[in-house]
Write a protein that binds this ligand. Sequence first.
Ligand SMILES: Cc1ncc(C[n+]2csc(CCOP(=O)(O)OP(=O)(O)O)c2C)c(N)n1
Length: 315
Amino acid sequence: MVKSRVLEERLIKIYKAGESFFWIGGPGEEAFGVPLGLLVNKGRGPEHDWLHLHYRGTPTLVAMGMPMIDSIRLMMNRATDVSTGGRNFSNHYCYPEWNVAPVSSPIEVQYSIALGTARVQQRHKTKAVTIVTGGDAGTAEGDFASCLVWASRPGMELPMLITVQNNGWGISTDYASQHGETHIADRGKAFGIKTLVIDGNDPVESYVRLKESLDYIRKTGKPVLFEAMVSRLYGHSSASGANLEKNQACCVRQFEEKLLKLGVLKSKEVEALWTEYEAEARAAQELVRGEPTPAAESVWDHVYANNESGDWRLY
Ligand SMILES: Cc1ncc(C[n+]2csc(CCOP(=O)(O)OP(=O)(O)O)c2C)c(N)n1
């Protein structure tokens, strides 16, 4: 959680220093995103979990082992960026080797795209799960409703962990003025989908409930609609300033205080952790500064699946 937070705060500094064009990311969602990343059955192909993340997915990928420098290369639009070759913006990751689908800028389309990989997993009779994430406001889009319909057809249920990270905002529109339902997860009940709402600022609760849900999906092949209440720690994006919102709960500091009180960690160890990750992030930024931006000829790369064999029917 600390590693992901330090990385995201470094991305914001890069934006504020004028070394990037735009920032959007996941600080405030570490207590949900990190447990999710730790629980993924990571790999390529239908035997492994598929991830259809949105633009707040850094904590999940850091927990899966993404090096900090990958995120910084994407942020600084360098040709060395493994996700998009420097052609997309922050947090728009893509890792085919881990079944991580490209993050989409149009919100919510990932919920209907995810149905496809879940259907493949079902057809291959694997124990793998398709995981899809998104925010609360986006659930107003038809793609979210389509996802609930197709994931729950009787006898054809799909192995999907459908998550909503509810931070109470859609840019500047507040949750309370838009939702007649008490919880977004309640919508799943109409489709017979197992639902739950959790405190996404508590990493222990997140881990336990995510594990239970993934175990249930692997066992039954049926979907779960999982709503995690989270913070939006630096506002929506750089478009709203990317400044620390002091009235929002900070899951990293809260968990740190808990571990200090319990004697699991000493304050010196906590300090060392922040310092070590800060040094790693700075060194990565300095290295990336010297790397080239994409050449004009690469403009069509990654528009269609590129692979060595030329066969794009990979699955
Ligand atoms: C189809 C589409 N409509 C509108 C936008 C502009 N937009 C980007 S983020 C966003 C708000 C999303 O809010 P929410 O789903 O709650 O996620 P959050 O950003 O709060 O995590 C909007 C409206 C977009 N990117 N795509």
